[in-house]
Design a protein around this ligand. Structure first.
Ligand code: TRP
Length: 328
């Protein structure tokens, strides 16, 4: 089947993935394989801008690859690889940095946010983060980049860099990527207010056991106005209900919706029902993950093979880039 073009996306190696990662990104990565030629990258070099030790990098990369594969990334069809395995990206990053205005980088909201978060470590790599990201994207002649809303300015920025490069060197070798928004909804964490994330420890890991899942779901914050079992609740503002809508059968969603409002069902019961449905939903994922995890060498082979295929594309692009730049 003819594909519509090439997709590239990257994510930092954050280890075991959670429901927020799944609903916000992975699910979409999996679906896009049907229509596009997909290149998915674990950006370990980007991770170095914020991590102080590299101790966990390997393990986190491995766990993340496991989760992606178990969720349905098909490595025979798509390219799954680790950023640092294709060093051409560093070279392209350097060339692109010469057509990028420093002031624009330091003006980006994402950079300012990092400065607030880690004032003691405002490294050079952090400033160049979007340039490296642009190199990731254009190295593979990417047509479409699926990203969450927070990353959208980076793609716009990548388009600008591409235009500057092509204009300066009077070439068309680099392609301006299109952005495709993936976040259909903000996945809220167990606290019922912040975005689900590992750093806030308000997440549910896809790979956790059914028992751990039940335990986590029990911690979820529900309608704060519902103090007693006999108080009616408001599903419209309850994160457990939001989750029901994503993972429970329609009849059960309807039942919870009506019964909660008249205190016919309590929060504990409601949570257990959600946890059971979530566990059921994740059963095939967990089985596949366990199978993959039993053969770690296989994961390494998949990543090596991905790097080899990615590198073949990257090297070709770099030949064209150097030629366009008329490098001696
Ligand atoms: N910046 C992205 C993030 O922090 C990760 C990333 C790196 C990326 N390179 C990319 C995303 C290229 C899309 C395309 O989540």
């Amino acid at each position: 089947m003819a594909k519509k073009g090439r997709v590239f996306s990257g994510a930092r190696p954050t280890g075991r993935q959670h429901l927020g990662n799944y609903l916000g990104a992975i699910k979409n990565y999996v679906a896009m394989q049907n229509d596009y030629e997909c290149v998915y990258c674990i950006v370990d070099v980007h991770a170095l801008t914020t991590v102080e030790t590299t101790q966990e990098l390997k393990q986190n990369t491995f766990e993340m690859a496991l989760d992606w594969l178990a969720a349905g990334i098909r490595p025979e069809e798509s390219i799954l690889f680790v950023q640092s395995h294709v060093p051409e990206v560093m070279e392209l990053h350097t060339y692109l940095s010469m057509v990028t205005q420093f002031g624009k980088l330091t003006d980006l909201p994402t950079f300012k946010e990092k400065v607030r978060q880690q004032p003691e470590n405002i490294n050079y790599g952090l400033v160049g983060y979007p340039v490296l990201m642009t190199a990731d994207i254009v190295l593979y002649k990417t047509d479409v980049v699926p990203v969450g809303i927070d990353q959208a300015p980076h793609i716009e920025f990548a388009r600008e860099i591409v235009r500057s490069f092509n204009y300066r060197y009077k070439t068309k070798v680099l392609i301006e990527p299109q952005v495709k928004h993936t976040e259909v909804l903000k996945v809220v964490g167990l606290d019922g207010k912040d975005k689900m994330g590992k750093s806030l420890n308000n997440h549910i890991e896809l790979a956790s056991t059914p028992e751990e899942t039940v335990k986590r779901v029990k911690e979820m914050v529900t309608d704060p106005a519902r103090l007693r079992r006999t108080d009616p609740g408001n599903p419209d503002i309850c994160n457990v209900f939001t989750m029901h809508k994503l993972f429970s059968p329609q009849e059960e969603v309807d039942m919870v919706n009506t019964e909660c409002r008249k205190a016919g069902i309590g929060c504990v019961d409601c949570k257990l029902r959600f946890a059971n449905n979530l566990n059921k939903h994740l059963e095939p994922f967990r089985a596949k993950r366990a199978e993959l995890a039993s053969n770690p060498n296989n994961i390494q082979d998949i990543l090596n093979d991905g790097a080899k295929r990615a590198r073949a594309i990257a090297q070709q692009t770099m030949v064209e880039v150097r030629e366009a730049m008329q490098l001696p």
